[in-house]
Design a protein around this ligand. Structure first.
Ligand code: NAD
Length: 531
């Protein structure tokens, strides 16, 4: 990384030792459950507050507002946010460009140290941050805790990665020269996250940007701006200079689109749906007056992820893996299993066991830590229910199939399993992004792999089998960015499972992996003649 010869500021403190994942909280321990309940009570007392736009350190209000609501209790307002519009684009770009002048010249140690401080602060406020996710997006405790643990991991991992990149050495040197490869920042990035990992993905793309020396226009999802506001408060507490991260909730189609189109935007880090990702790719491709670069796009998009259950699989483990991957966080993960492709020899047995397992899932208010809570909003609930109706005609309903009205006023949907879905049909091909699992019968393992690969997407996949030969074939032939063997297809962990998909699932950016920060930097080769 390019650095200037500056004295080391006193606050720089680099974490020692190798990276280790933040442990997940065991809520079966009363002490942890008590801390979580206390955090939930504290956050409940802070619901409905108003948050500002932050542009170059200035706090601004707008006439129009975005209201973030609790999906499990839609009458409860979680936070009120300003709404950035096209009229804010120039001022936020100016602020980010100005901050880039100095931030791009700070030492990598200073930038990494900021991330480590953020990680320390998050650890201190872990339960409280998890509680915000419980209210804002209806994660249960375990799901919320995993989201915050992943955010801490990103602080620790990208901090170390930036330090590693700065030490890159070229093993081949021209005689009589000192040859170097420096990773320098790109410029101003638009960071556009989804709502489903509203802390980890939002923070991950932001942290990768700033540790690499870029400055950011952060436009959170309108379904989850409050957790983003809390994260930006934490950055401020950690001492981030003004203008490095500019906080701009706003509509995707207006503010988001305009910031992508701006000639001074150097790159776009996006995670979300295929449709929006493709739109961003298209808008970013046009050269506008005053634009001197090809905009870089880092686009992580949807999935239609499959778990193959082979005839010789450990059936109980497969049922557990499928149920966990399909219904964790209401199926609203890009990595969620939405297709179980099952060998015909065990198909009926598998369905019988799966039905029993799924019918044990408890739905309820996420503050009480059920297995499942509400889906994100009303539009999403309607879309999921319409897929379910379609599925009832196309296949055989095994369990679920409706709203879970007795869970409360929120957007609760029963975990739904529909069997006998045909390859190539709507339910087998389209991302539903809710608690709906299509089960497809395969003639054999070859046929299962064929069905699994016959989709536009290629994000995650898993195979349950005892056969070494079939495992090898899955590794060679199952075309997904994240493949799992004899385990669920959700739960990618920073460092262990660099994450990102193939085909219409995105640009395979591999967040949480050793290649990620290259995407936020550009390599400058310097050949210097010895004098
Ligand atoms: P979305 O595409 O609707 O929105 C994502 C973000 O894009 C939001 O901040 C939104 O405001 C913004 N946006 C919308 N229109 C825009 C435009 N024209 N220009 C710029 N920005 C715009 O997705 P979502 O509903 O928030 O998230 C769910 C989707 O995200 C699913 O498809 C899921 O698979 C995907 N996802 C993918 C990954 C991955 O790593 N591949 C991870 C999580 C979620």
């Amino acid at each position: 990384m390019a650095t200037v010869e500056a004295p080391t500021p006193p606050q720089i403190r680099l974490h020692e030792g190798p990276f280790a994942n933040e442990p997940l909280t065991d809520f079966s321990r009363e002490e942890n459950a008590r801390r979580m309940r206390t955090a939930i009570d504290k956050v409940r007392g802070q619901l409905g507050r108003e948050y500002d736009l932050i542009i170059g350190g200035r706090r601004l209000k707008t006439a129009e507002k975005i209201k973030s609501i609790n999906p499990s209790k839609p009458s409860q307002v979680v936070g009120i946010h300003q709404k950035a519009g096209k009229e804010h684009v120039e001022s936020v770009m100016d602020a980010a460009l100005k901050a880039f002048e100095s931030w791009s010249q700070t030492s990598v140690e200073e930038r990494a140290s900021l991330l480590f401080r953020v990680g320390d602060l998050l650890r201190e406020h872990k339960f409280e941050f998890s509680a915000w996710l419980v209210f804002e997006v209806s994660k249960n405790w375990g799901e919320a805790d995993a989201d915050i643990a992943e955010t801490i991991d990103f602080c620790e991992y990208y901090g170390r990665e930036a330090l590693r990149l700065a030490k890159t050495e070229l093993p081949v040197q021209m005689a009589g020269e000192r040859d170097r490869l420096l990773y320098i920042p790109l410029g101003v990035g638009a960071v556009i996250p989804p709502w489903n990992f509203p802390c980890a993905i939002m923070a991950g793309m932001t942290l990768a940007s700033i540790v690499s020396g870029n400055t950011v226009v952060l436009k959170p999802s309108s379904d989850s701006p409050t957790i983003a506001a809390k994260f930006v408060e934490l950055l401020e507490e950690a001492g981030i200079p003004e203008g490095i991260v500019n906080f701009c909730p706003g509509a995707g189609a207006s503010f988001g689109d305009a910031i992508v189109a701006h000639p001074k935007t150097r790159y776009i880090a996006f995670t979300g749906s295929r449709e929006v990702g493709l739109r961003i790719n298209q808008v970013a491709a046009d050269q506008r007056p005053g634009q001197f670069w090809i905009k870089r796009t880092i686009l992580e998009m949807g999935g239609k992820d499959a778990i193959i259950v082979d005839a010789d699989a450990d059936l109980d483990a497969a049922v557990e893996g499928v149920a966990g991957s399909a219904f964790g966080f209401q199926g609203q993960k890009c990595s969620a299993c939405s297709r179980a492709i099952v060998d015909e020899r065990i198909y009926d047995k598998f369905l019988e066991k799966l039905k029993q397992r799924v019918e044990k899932i408890r739905i309820g208010d996420p503050t009480e830590n059920p297995d499942m809570a509400a889906v994100i909003n009303e539009a999403s609930m309607k879309s999921i229910l319409s897929y379910i109706e379609h599925g009832k005609k196309d296949g055989r309903l095994i369990t679920g199939g409706d709203r879970a009205a007795n869970a409360g006023e929120g957007y609760f949907i029963q975990p739904t399993v529909i069997a006998d879905i045909q390859p190539g049909s709507k339910l087998e091909q389209e991302e539903i992004f809710g608690p709906v699992l299509a089960v497809i019968k395969a003639r054999n393992y070859d046929n299962a792999l064929e069905i699994a690969n016959d989709t536009q997407f290629g994000l995650t996949g898993a195979v349950y089998t005892r056969s070494k030969e079939k495992i090898d074939r899955a590794i060679r032939q199952f075309h997904v960015g994240n493949l799992y063997i004899n385990r669920k297809c959700t739960g990618a962990t920073v460092g262990c499972h660099p994450f990102g998909g193939f085909n219409m699932s995105g640009t395979d950016s591999k967040s949480g992996g050793p290649d990620y920060l290259y995407l936020f930097s550009q390599g400058k080769a310097v050949g210097e003649k010895n004098t």
